[in-house]
Write a protein that binds this ligand. Structure first.
Ligand SMILES: *Cc1c(COP(=O)(O)O)cnc(C)c1O
Ligand SMILES: [Zn+2]
Length: 415
């Protein structure tokens, strides 16, 4: 059992709060709260080697850098969140003319998306504060992750999702035994209702970009990228690795940035990677602000087949803009057609991504075309979710299979 002390700091006004006093966002301006640690003390107690020698294969190996105590749940999927593989898709690198390209595959999480990282940490927090019920609004993956992590340790979960969520995601919610409530409205409608309901009924709310612990869970992907560099590519540490990630609410990109910032503050990370956010053209509120040189997030009327990043008003927009701006990264926009093409291209190297998962790769293709990325720039792309989550979209990315009579004659006609 280990517990790291911390305070919250508002990302807008800079006010500091004790975690006993505030649960979600800044009471003054609604800003997202950053978790602030005392890195000097932690750095004295913990060395990178302590982490590298951990027996935990997933994100719990970073417990000394996380604002939660060990949640238990040994031998359950809660312990298996994170620890995702990094592949070297050499044929894609050749095609793009890049010297080095890697892909971190978050579809390998227990419920098949990046969201398990956040939900694992929120469940740990829920256990600490003795929450009876956890609740979240979700386009599908955050809910599946919360429902799955909750089921792993016998915690009660309620999930609000738009009725248009892909059926596979709704099936996950139901199979994990969560109370599922489908909203006749958008993700944003579900989001607002969830906040009202959590106040009304005293439920502990995981909402992305609202609960400060989600970014702490998501930062573990940044910590893993650092550990991977240290272990396998120490020469990358002195270079600016470019990391491409798809962006909806902006919490994954902010979380990965937070992970790098924490490591930098510890002196464990030598050079900040450049972070590139990729949004769908039809859901581009954060990219719009970034490209206008602003931190003012104007809501859009989101329309994209990448349901996981279809957001009218991103809830973590300001930090998401800063993730790119402060690291010398950028934002890239891609069309739904480019996203479908990226699904097919990733498929050809054995990686099955849902639309939002393939969006990061589509963004890299675009960035190379636009000259944003030089051939010798090392790049890591994050696939945030599994293609099995949205089979209907996957089928739009490929040609239909022919149906033939079971005779060699019929086969010969099409071979
Ligand atoms: C949630 C999600 C994203 C985007 O994360 P945000 O924190 O909303 O920016 C991207 N891809 C997948 C598969 C997701 O589930
Ligand atoms: Zn504030």
């Amino acid at each position: 059992m280990q517990f790291t002390t911390y305070v919250f700091q508002c990302s807008l006004c800079g006010n500091k709060y004790s975690p006993d006093e505030i649960t979600y966002t800044c009471p003054v301006d609604g800003g997202n709260l950053d978790v602030l640690f005392d890195w000097e003390t932690i750095g004295k107690k913990t060395a990178p080697q302590d982490i590298f020698s951990s027996k935990e294969g997933g994100l719990w190996r970073y417990l000394p850098l996380l604002p939660v105590a060990d949640p238990g749940g040994q031998g359950t999927p809660l312990r298996a969140a994170g620890g995702t593989p990094v592949y070297t898709p050499a044929r894609l690198a050749d095609k793009l003319g890049l010297t080095s390209l890697w892909l971190k595959d978050e579809s390998r999480n227990p419920t098949a998306s990046f969201k398990d990282r956040a939900s694992a940490i929120v469940i740990a927090r829920a256990r600490e504060i003795g929450a009876k019920v956890v609740v979240t609004a979700s386009t599908g993956n955050a809910g599946a992750a919360l429902a799955g992590m909750a089921a792993a340790v016998g915690q009660k979960a309620i999930i609000f999702a738009p009725r248009t969520a892909p059926p596979a995601k709704v099936a996950q919610l139901l199979v994990f035994g969560a109370r599922v409530i489908l909203i006749n409205g958008s993700y944003d409608d579900a989001f607002d209702l969830t906040i009202q309901a959590s106040h009304e009924f005293g439920w502990y709310c995981r909402n992305t970009g609202y609960n400060p612990f989600t970014a702490e869970g998501k930062k573990t992907a940044g910590l893993e990228i650092w550990e991977w560099m240290e272990t396998f590519h120490p020469n990358l540490q002195g270079k600016h690795l470019a990391v491409f990630v798809s962006v909806g609410d902006g919490n994954i990109i902010s979380g990965i940035h937070k992970g790098f910032k924490d490591l930098f503050a510890l002196g464990w990370l030598k050079k900040m990677p450049r972070i590139f956010g990729v949004q769908a053209e039809g859901s581009a509120a954060i990219a719009n602000a970034y490209l206008a040189g602003s931190e003012q997030i104007e809501p859009v009327s989101a329309r994209t087949l990448a349901d996981s990043i279809s957001v009218d008003l991103p809830r973590d927009g300001v930090r998401a803009v800063r993730a790119a701006r402060e690291t010398g990264g950028g934002y890239v926009l891609v069309s739904d057609a480019e996203i479908l093409k990226a699904i097919a291209e990733l498929g050809r190297v054995g990686i099955f991504a849902e639309p939002a998962g393939a969006t990061s790769y589509a963004g890299l293709v675009r960035a190379v075309q636009d000259g944003l990325i030089e051939p010798d720039q090392p790049v890591l792309v994050v696939n945030t979710g599994s293609g099995l989550k949205d089979v209907k979209a996957a089928m739009q990315a490929v040609k239909e299979a022919p149906v033939i009579e079971p005779h060699l004659q019929s086969l010969k006609r099409i071979i």
